[in-house]
Design a protein around this ligand. Structure first.
Ligand SMILES: CC(C)(COP(=O)(O)OP(=O)(O)OC[C@H]1O[C@@H](n2cnc3c(N)ncnc32)[C@H](O)[C@@H]1OP(=O)(O)O)[C@@H](O)C(=O)NCCC(=O)NCCS
Length: 198
């Protein structure tokens, strides 16, 4: 496919992000980092879909994560209840502080479909701790490939963090979508690093 060079207007009410896909084909060595006794990771046990959505928003709202928020109950349950879809929460002294979702629905591979911490936990080494756990869990399954994607709405250090984790970028896309803040999925105050244009 060819695409001419240049600047392209994004229509009013839409947003555009550059998406980077990264992958690895073998388990890398764990990277050193801090670890606290109070940090633990367990399979999520949300009391219902609203509880899940609330925590998903807490982690992802400021990075404009909306894909799960736009799903109805049936569609969302179909994903979360699939035995080949694993949702984990990182807790600190029993409080949810990080979200990890691993998708094993495609034979022989896994996707880290969501990976993030609540904003108060950033920059303390907890992301590294969570990635070490994620790699341990993913590679304990019979997979040949582990992949994920991240976009320019995500934390500015995310791509470099994933590269240090052993992932290699292999594909780039531009995603254009309705601005989730203008269609009522997220509050207008979400993600100030992606200013709302109205
Ligand atoms: C991506 C994300 C999980 C990374 O977590 P983070 O808190 O920013 O990064 P960390 O502090 O854990 O790690 C950064 C590095 O600093 C190191 N570090 C941080 N604090 C440290 C400390 N107190 N002592 C020693 N090392 C420390 C880590 O070990 C790590 O080193 P490495 O990458 O060289 O191995 C986090 O930024 C996040 O949740 N962002 C919001 C959601 C998001 O954008 N997710 C990605 C989209 S898919």
């Amino acid at each position: 496919m060819s695409l001419s060079n240049g600047f392209f207007d994004i229509p009013q009410g839409k947003v555009a992000a550059v998406v980077t896909y990264l992958q690895m084909f073998q388990r890398p060595p764990a990277r050193p980092g801090p670890s606290e006794e109070s940090w633990s990771l367990q399979k999520a046990d949300f009391s219902g879909l609203e509880d899940y959505r609330l925590f998903f928003r807490r982690v992802g709202q400021d990075w404009l994560w909306f894909s799960r928020i736009q799903l109805g109950d049936d569609e969302l349950s179909q994903i979360l209840d699939n035995p080949r879809y694993e949702t984990y929460v990182l807790t600190v002294s029993g409080e949810n502080r990080g979200l990890l979702e691993l998708d094993f629905r495609s034979e022989g591979e896994a996707e880290i479909s969501f990976f993030g911490l609540t904003s108060d936990m950033l920059g303390r080494g907890m992301g590294r701790w969570l990635m070490n756990r994620a790699l341990e869990i993913a590679w304990s399954h019979p997979i040949r490939r582990l992949w994920l994607h991240t976009c320019t709405f995500d934390h500015p250090g995310a791509v470099a963090f994933y590269v240090r984790s052993g992932f290699r970028p292999y594909r780039r896309q531009v995603e254009v979508t309705d601005d989730p803040r203008t269609i009522g999925l997220l509050p207008e105050t979400a993600a100030p690093h992606v200013p709302l244009i109205i």
